[in-house]
Design a protein around this ligand. Structure first.
Ligand SMILES: Cc1cc2nc3c(=O)[nH]c(=O)nc-3n(C[C@H](O)[C@H](O)[C@H](O)COP(=O)(O)O)c2cc1C
Length: 399
């Protein structure tokens, strides 16, 4: 994949350094020396500085079909837009004269300590963004210290992703209509040492994704759903045909009964992804869910659902700390991470941002996107006078 010399210098320098964060300034220096990129002269187009620069650059590195698949949402794409917009409505309350010379961003989830509370959400088909697909994502995740949640719809098998790079991983499950296949998929995830089973529960059907309709989305030849090998659905499109709303890849019969069944066949903690309604959240805990992810599927399923940050407080209040509540959707800034935590999230997940990084710079691009967000998050902690994640409470919000 062609990347500019500047991007290459940036990203190789980034990963070569012992500390990725410390490497940032060195790399900037190297770029300036090599290409004469002055502060004012650095064009966003070839030296992405933040997530929005990556978003601008990504479509130039992908097919139109791939770009529309990744960036799109359902129907009028209102929930997609609201997810991020809602964060921009929240203002922060600073604190001064706090010693912030040491920041501790660690969190512990399901017995595993993470260096910072930003995870990679499960997303399908990474080979549409970069030929190395999920292998590159896993390497970028490891380089930046982020935990990766691997999708059922990955274009690399869960075993190959697990062995591509060390570091903790979770497996996202789309329960397959073939229950024996589903059972075997879970057994494989356990054998490959995935630590948590994330069951996506917001997709009995997919939403009306017109960008996919217009570009006649289908998997190109040579790219397959590697985890579904052996099923008819391993290749081709995922969209419902014109005469039905159902997709062969999803089970519209999934109910709470299946969550109990899943719990009975695995020892992994079961986390439900796609919870927006506090009543569902309470029921999830009753049936033994070990955690929840407040998510509207990145605005890709039911349009006009509220922004996830608007749904989070009610869910978190109902759960009252009994299990961790995570949130995803629209997180593009470190301040968004801070706000989500202040509203009761134990951690956040990002989807599109790291796919943009993957498209632009492979593993290095993924690592860099994570580092940008992590750095912005640390700045936001320092400037609100919070030195640990536990200190990020509602008082960081200006009311
Ligand atoms: C291209 C793409 C593919 C996705 N594939 C999956 C998937 O396979 N399984 C799943 O549970 N969620 C999937 N999601 C939803 C993400 O896990 C996550 O909820 C969403 O991307 C978060 O919003 P953000 O992209 O604004 O960060 C996908 C999202 C995108 C953008």
């Amino acid at each position: 994949m062609a990347i500019t010399r500047r991007e290459m210098l940036r990203t190789t320098g980034l990963l070569a350094g012992g500390s990725v964060l410390a490497a940032e300034s060195t790399v900037t220096g190297a770029v300036a020396a090599a290409g004469g990129v002055g502060a004012a002269g650095a064009a966003a187009a070839d030296t992405p500085a933040d997530i929005f620069d990556y978003e601008k650059l990504a479509p130039t590195r992908m097919t139109t079909m791939g770009w529309n698949y990744i960036s799109g949402g359902a129907a009028d794409e209102l929930s997609l837009r609201w997810n991020h917009e809602a964060y921009s409505r929240l203002r922060l309350r600073p604190r001064i004269l706090v010693d912030v010379s040491v920041l501790d961003t660690r969190v512990t989830l399901f017995g595993r300590e993470l260096a910072f509370p930003i995870l990679l959400a499960p997303t399908a088909y990474h080979k549409l963004a970069h030929p190395d697909g999920e292998v590159a994502t896993a390497r970028g995740a490891h380089a930046s210290g982020a935990l990766m949640v691997v999708s059922t719809s990955a274009t690399t098998s869960l075993e190959d992703v697990a062995s591509a790079a060390p570091g903790p991983k979770w497996f996202q499950l789309y329960v397959q209509p073939d229950r024996e296949f589903t059972r075997e998929l879970i057994r494989r995830a356990e054998a490959a040492r995935y630590e948590v089973l994330v069951v996506t529960v917001d997709s009995p059907v997919l939403g009306a994704r017109y960008r996919e309709t217009r570009t006649k989305f289908t998997l190109p030849p040579g790219i397959e759903r590697a985890n579904l090998k052996g099923l008819k659905t391993a290749t081709g499109g995922h969209r419902a045909t014109e005469d039905t709303i159902y997709s062969a890849l999803l089970d519209p019969k999934l109910t709470w009964k299946e969550i109990e069944w899943l719990r009975s066949i695995t020892k992994l903690p079961v986390v439900l992804k796609g919870v927006m309604n506090a009543d569902d959240a309470a029921r999830a805990v009753d049936v033994g869910a070990a955690g929840l992810i407040v998510s509207n599927h990145g605005g890709r399923n039911l349009d006009t659902l509220p922004a996830t940050i608007d749904a989070l407080p009610e869910v978190a209040a109902r759960i009252g700390g009994r299990v961790p509540v995570l949130v995803d959707g629209g997180i593009r800034r470190g301040t968004d991470v801070l706000k989500a935590i202040s509203f009761g999230a134990s951690a956040v997940l990002i989807g599109r941002p790291y796919l943009y990084g993957l498209a632009v710079g492979g593993a290095d691009g993924v690592a860099r996107v994570v580092n940008i967000l992590r750095r912005e998050f640390e700045m936001a902690m320092a400037l609100t006078g919070r030195t640990t994640v536990a200190q990020i409470d509602r008082d960081v919000i200006w009311r």
